[in-house]
Design a binder for this molecule. Structure first.
Ligand SMILES: [Zn+2]
Length: 146
């Protein structure tokens, strides 16, 4: 395995798996912002040419995000607007969330670190409740034990 740095930076499109190397190898002395601007233009050109419906969806998401930002600049008592604004926020949150902790991981961690603990079900329930609060999921069945 070589320890040499790659001569060309490669970008793989997540939509079609095509490898792109639009900017070629980094040029010594080139300002990073100029390189990134050229790279961004090339990657956007690929998306517009090959995946235009997806580009339209991204544009709509951008409008949704900016609309949410505008609304968040106001304090109001409009419950319908607050409900829609929160739906938008939760949608954006779901799109950007990187980690989800499934029930099985919580149970495995408790069983590993607290084997044979008589409080097992209560601890698991507490951890799942904390996870659900952080994930902003609706309250679960309060009689749930684990
Ligand atoms: Zn593509």
């Amino acid at each position: 395995m070589s320890t040499q740095p790659a001569l060309a930076l490669i970008y793989t499109c997540n939509l079609c798996q095509k490898n792109l190397s639009p900017a070629g190898p980094p040029i010594i002395g080139e300002k990073p912002q100029e390189r990134l601007q050229k790279l961004g233009q090339a990657l956007v050109a690929h998306l517009q040419k090959e995946h235009n419906p997806h580009v339209i969806q991204m544009g709509l998401a951008g409008q949704q995000y900016s609309g949410w930002l505008f609304i968040e600049q106001f304090t109001h008592n409009d419950t319908e607007l607050a409900k829609e604004s929160n739906k938008t926020r939760l949608h954006m949150r779901a799109l950007t969330k990187r980690v989800h902790i499934p029930d099985e991981i919580i149970e495995k961690q408790v069983d590993t670190h607290l084997p044979d603990d008589p409080r097992r079900d209560k601890i698991i329930g507490l951890l799942k409740g904390m996870r659900d609060s952080l994930d902003e999921v609706p309250p679960l069945d309060p009689t749930r034990k684990g």
